[in-house]
Design a protein around this ligand. Structure first.
Ligand code: PEP
Length: 253
Protein backbone atom coordinates (compact mmCIF):
# COMPACT_ATOMS: atom_id res chain seq x y z
CA UNK A 1 0.00 0.00 0.00
CA UNK A 2 1.37 3.45 -0.93
CA UNK A 3 1.85 5.72 2.06
CA UNK A 4 -0.49 8.69 2.49
CA UNK A 5 1.18 11.88 3.70
CA UNK A 6 -1.25 14.55 4.87
CA UNK A 7 -0.36 18.15 5.73
CA UNK A 8 -2.61 19.73 8.35
CA UNK A 9 -1.81 23.44 8.32
CA UNK A 10 -4.31 24.16 11.12
CA UNK A 11 -5.06 27.93 11.38
CA UNK A 12 -1.96 28.98 9.45
CA UNK A 13 -1.24 30.57 6.06
CA UNK A 14 -3.29 33.12 4.15
CA UNK A 15 -4.14 32.75 0.48
CA UNK A 16 -0.83 34.09 -0.88
CA UNK A 17 1.34 31.84 1.33
CA UNK A 18 -0.90 28.84 0.64
CA UNK A 19 -0.69 29.32 -3.12
CA UNK A 20 3.06 29.75 -3.02
CA UNK A 21 3.53 26.54 -1.02
CA UNK A 22 1.19 24.59 -3.32
CA UNK A 23 2.96 25.86 -6.44
CA UNK A 24 6.42 25.02 -5.11
CA UNK A 25 5.37 21.60 -3.85
CA UNK A 26 3.80 20.79 -7.21
CA UNK A 27 6.96 21.88 -9.02
CA UNK A 28 9.09 19.69 -6.76
CA UNK A 29 6.91 16.58 -7.08
CA UNK A 30 6.72 16.93 -10.86
CA UNK A 31 10.43 17.61 -11.29
CA UNK A 32 11.40 14.67 -9.06
CA UNK A 33 8.58 12.41 -10.28
CA UNK A 34 7.30 11.69 -6.79
CA UNK A 35 4.96 8.71 -7.06
CA UNK A 36 5.99 6.61 -4.04
CA UNK A 37 3.32 8.19 -1.82
CA UNK A 38 0.05 10.10 -2.03
CA UNK A 39 0.10 13.66 -0.75
CA UNK A 40 -2.82 15.66 0.64
CA UNK A 41 -2.72 19.34 1.65
CA UNK A 42 -5.31 20.53 4.19
CA UNK A 43 -5.24 24.35 4.26
CA UNK A 44 -7.69 26.55 6.18
CA UNK A 45 -11.13 26.86 4.53
CA UNK A 46 -10.24 30.29 3.12
CA UNK A 47 -7.38 28.88 1.03
CA UNK A 48 -9.07 25.69 -0.19
CA UNK A 49 -10.10 26.85 -3.61
CA UNK A 50 -6.88 28.77 -4.26
CA UNK A 51 -4.80 25.70 -3.36
CA UNK A 52 -7.05 23.48 -5.45
CA UNK A 53 -6.49 25.72 -8.49
CA UNK A 54 -2.73 25.48 -8.06
CA UNK A 55 -2.84 21.69 -7.66
CA UNK A 56 -5.54 20.87 -10.20
CA UNK A 57 -4.34 18.16 -12.57
CA UNK A 58 -1.41 17.25 -10.28
CA UNK A 59 -1.07 14.14 -8.13
CA UNK A 60 -1.49 16.19 -4.93
CA UNK A 61 -4.97 16.18 -3.40
CA UNK A 62 -6.68 18.84 -1.30
CA UNK A 63 -8.43 18.21 2.01
CA UNK A 64 -10.36 20.25 4.56
CA UNK A 65 -9.66 20.33 8.29
CA UNK A 66 -13.30 20.20 9.37
CA UNK A 67 -16.90 20.07 8.08
CA UNK A 68 -20.44 20.44 9.40
CA UNK A 69 -22.75 17.47 9.04
CA UNK A 70 -25.87 19.24 7.71
CA UNK A 71 -26.15 19.81 3.96
CA UNK A 72 -27.42 23.44 4.11
CA UNK A 73 -29.51 25.82 6.17
CA UNK A 74 -29.35 28.25 9.09
CA UNK A 75 -26.00 27.19 10.58
CA UNK A 76 -24.08 30.45 10.65
CA UNK A 77 -20.36 29.99 10.16
CA UNK A 78 -20.54 26.35 9.12
CA UNK A 79 -19.49 24.65 5.89
CA UNK A 80 -21.04 21.49 4.41
CA UNK A 81 -19.35 18.53 2.74
CA UNK A 82 -20.97 19.52 -0.58
CA UNK A 83 -19.39 22.97 -0.31
CA UNK A 84 -16.01 21.40 0.35
CA UNK A 85 -16.45 19.18 -2.68
CA UNK A 86 -17.20 22.23 -4.81
CA UNK A 87 -13.86 23.73 -3.66
CA UNK A 88 -12.03 20.68 -4.99
CA UNK A 89 -11.64 18.76 -1.72
CA UNK A 90 -11.17 14.99 -1.82
CA UNK A 91 -10.41 14.45 1.87
CA UNK A 92 -11.80 15.88 5.11
CA UNK A 93 -10.17 15.60 8.53
CA UNK A 94 -12.80 14.68 11.13
CA UNK A 95 -12.47 14.32 14.87
CA UNK A 96 -9.12 16.04 15.26
CA UNK A 97 -8.25 16.24 18.96
CA UNK A 98 -8.15 20.05 18.79
CA UNK A 99 -11.77 20.01 17.62
CA UNK A 100 -12.67 17.51 20.32
CA UNK A 101 -11.10 19.60 23.09
CA UNK A 102 -11.63 23.25 22.00
CA UNK A 103 -14.97 22.79 20.24
CA UNK A 104 -16.40 19.96 22.35
CA UNK A 105 -16.90 17.56 19.45
CA UNK A 106 -18.13 14.22 20.70
CA UNK A 107 -17.86 10.83 19.00
CA UNK A 108 -21.57 11.14 18.09
CA UNK A 109 -20.97 14.46 16.31
CA UNK A 110 -17.88 13.06 14.60
CA UNK A 111 -19.91 10.06 13.42
CA UNK A 112 -22.41 12.43 11.76
CA UNK A 113 -19.56 14.32 10.11
CA UNK A 114 -17.96 11.12 8.81
CA UNK A 115 -21.31 10.06 7.31
CA UNK A 116 -21.86 13.49 5.72
CA UNK A 117 -18.40 13.34 4.13
CA UNK A 118 -19.01 9.83 2.80
CA UNK A 119 -22.42 10.86 1.44
CA UNK A 120 -20.68 13.42 -0.78
CA UNK A 121 -18.23 10.82 -2.06
CA UNK A 122 -15.32 12.40 -0.15
CA UNK A 123 -12.83 10.56 2.07
CA UNK A 124 -12.87 11.21 5.82
CA UNK A 125 -9.59 11.14 7.71
CA UNK A 126 -10.94 10.03 11.07
CA UNK A 127 -8.69 10.99 13.98
CA UNK A 128 -8.70 8.90 17.14
CA UNK A 129 -6.29 8.63 20.04
CA UNK A 130 -5.86 8.73 23.77
CA UNK A 131 -4.98 11.69 26.02
CA UNK A 132 -1.84 11.80 28.17
CA UNK A 133 -3.86 10.82 31.26
CA UNK A 134 -5.39 7.86 29.43
CA UNK A 135 -1.94 6.88 28.14
CA UNK A 136 -0.55 6.98 31.69
CA UNK A 137 -3.55 5.03 32.98
CA UNK A 138 -2.77 2.41 30.30
CA UNK A 139 -6.29 2.49 28.87
CA UNK A 140 -5.33 3.36 25.29
CA UNK A 141 -7.00 0.28 23.79
CA UNK A 142 -10.28 0.83 25.64
CA UNK A 143 -10.32 4.49 24.59
CA UNK A 144 -9.69 3.89 20.90
CA UNK A 145 -12.08 0.95 20.86
CA UNK A 146 -14.83 3.22 22.19
CA UNK A 147 -13.96 5.94 19.64
CA UNK A 148 -14.06 3.44 16.77
CA UNK A 149 -17.38 1.96 17.92
CA UNK A 150 -19.08 5.35 18.06
CA UNK A 151 -17.39 7.16 15.16
CA UNK A 152 -18.01 4.28 12.74
CA UNK A 153 -21.60 3.59 13.83
CA UNK A 154 -24.04 3.04 10.91
CA UNK A 155 -21.18 2.85 8.38
CA UNK A 156 -21.23 -0.29 6.24
CA UNK A 157 -18.30 -2.29 4.91
CA UNK A 158 -18.43 -0.70 1.44
CA UNK A 159 -18.32 2.86 2.79
CA UNK A 160 -15.71 2.23 5.46
CA UNK A 161 -13.15 1.43 2.74
CA UNK A 162 -13.13 5.15 1.89
CA UNK A 163 -12.13 6.15 5.41
CA UNK A 164 -8.55 6.78 6.49
CA UNK A 165 -8.01 6.24 10.21
CA UNK A 166 -5.43 8.55 11.77
CA UNK A 167 -4.11 7.30 15.09
CA UNK A 168 -3.11 10.49 16.87
CA UNK A 169 -2.20 10.12 20.53
CA UNK A 170 -3.15 13.52 21.97
CA UNK A 171 0.02 13.64 24.07
CA UNK A 172 2.08 13.54 20.88
CA UNK A 173 0.30 16.31 18.94
CA UNK A 174 2.29 19.53 18.78
CA UNK A 175 4.39 18.49 21.78
CA UNK A 176 7.59 17.45 20.03
CA UNK A 177 7.19 14.05 21.72
CA UNK A 178 6.28 11.50 19.06
CA UNK A 179 5.07 8.00 19.85
CA UNK A 180 7.71 5.38 19.10
CA UNK A 181 7.27 3.15 16.04
CA UNK A 182 6.70 0.27 18.47
CA UNK A 183 3.89 2.12 20.27
CA UNK A 184 2.31 3.12 16.97
CA UNK A 185 2.53 -0.42 15.56
CA UNK A 186 0.87 -1.76 18.68
CA UNK A 187 -2.03 0.71 18.39
CA UNK A 188 -2.38 0.19 14.62
CA UNK A 189 -2.50 -3.59 15.02
CA UNK A 190 -5.17 -3.18 17.67
CA UNK A 191 -7.21 -0.88 15.37
CA UNK A 192 -6.88 -3.33 12.47
CA UNK A 193 -8.06 -6.22 14.65
CA UNK A 194 -11.00 -4.13 15.78
CA UNK A 195 -11.92 -3.27 12.15
CA UNK A 196 -11.72 -6.96 11.30
CA UNK A 197 -14.10 -7.75 14.14
CA UNK A 198 -16.64 -5.10 13.09
CA UNK A 199 -16.31 -5.67 9.32
CA UNK A 200 -14.14 -8.40 7.82
CA UNK A 201 -10.55 -9.36 7.05
CA UNK A 202 -10.55 -7.80 3.60
CA UNK A 203 -11.66 -4.42 4.95
CA UNK A 204 -9.13 -4.67 7.80
CA UNK A 205 -6.26 -5.46 5.42
CA UNK A 206 -7.09 -2.64 3.05
CA UNK A 207 -8.12 0.24 5.32
CA UNK A 208 -5.43 2.87 5.65
CA UNK A 209 -4.21 3.58 9.17
CA UNK A 210 -1.83 6.52 9.41
CA UNK A 211 -0.04 8.06 12.41
CA UNK A 212 0.02 11.68 13.56
CA UNK A 213 1.89 13.35 16.41
CA UNK A 214 5.10 15.39 16.15
CA UNK A 215 6.31 13.79 12.91
CA UNK A 216 9.51 15.54 11.81
CA UNK A 217 12.18 14.89 9.18
CA UNK A 218 14.21 13.28 12.00
CA UNK A 219 11.71 10.62 13.05
CA UNK A 220 9.71 10.08 9.83
CA UNK A 221 11.93 7.36 8.30
CA UNK A 222 11.73 5.22 11.44
CA UNK A 223 7.95 5.57 11.60
CA UNK A 224 7.41 4.97 7.89
CA UNK A 225 9.69 1.93 7.75
CA UNK A 226 6.89 -0.07 9.38
CA UNK A 227 4.39 -1.71 7.04
CA UNK A 228 1.65 -1.31 9.63
CA UNK A 229 2.00 2.49 9.45
CA UNK A 230 0.38 3.52 6.17
CA UNK A 231 1.41 7.15 6.27
CA UNK A 232 1.37 10.27 8.41
CA UNK A 233 -0.72 13.26 9.40
CA UNK A 234 1.75 16.10 9.77
CA UNK A 235 0.97 19.37 11.57
CA UNK A 236 3.85 21.68 12.51
CA UNK A 237 6.41 20.13 10.16
CA UNK A 238 4.11 20.57 7.16
CA UNK A 239 4.23 24.35 7.36
CA UNK A 240 7.76 24.64 5.93
CA UNK A 241 8.12 23.29 2.40
CA UNK A 242 11.59 21.93 3.05
CA UNK A 243 10.69 19.86 6.09
CA UNK A 244 7.49 18.60 4.47
CA UNK A 245 9.47 17.49 1.41
CA UNK A 246 11.96 15.69 3.66
CA UNK A 247 9.05 13.86 5.31
CA UNK A 248 7.63 12.93 1.89
CA UNK A 249 11.01 11.56 0.88
CA UNK A 250 11.24 9.56 4.12
CA UNK A 251 8.30 7.50 2.94
CA UNK A 252 10.43 5.98 0.15
CA UNK A 253 11.23 2.33 0.72
C1 PEP B 1 -1.87 17.25 13.76
O1 PEP B 1 -2.20 18.41 13.70
O2 PEP B 1 -2.67 16.35 13.44
C2 PEP B 1 -0.53 16.91 14.22
C3 PEP B 1 -0.16 15.66 14.27
O3 PEP B 1 0.27 17.98 14.58
P1 PEP B 1 1.87 17.90 14.87
O4 PEP B 1 2.50 17.18 13.71
O5 PEP B 1 2.30 19.32 14.95
O6 PEP B 1 2.05 17.14 16.14
Amino acid sequence: MRKLIVANWKMNKGIVQSQQFAEELREYTEKHKITHCEIVICPPYTSLEAVHRKLDGSSIAVGAQNVFYETSGAFTGEVSAGMLKSCGCEYVITGHSERRSYFHETDAIINKKVMAVLDEGLKPILCIGETLQEHEDKITEAVIEEQINHCLAHIDSDSVRNIVIAYEPVWAIGTGKNATPHQVEHAHNFIRRKIKKIYNEDVANNIRIIYGGSITPDNASDLFSSNTINGGLVGGASLELESFIQIINSAKK
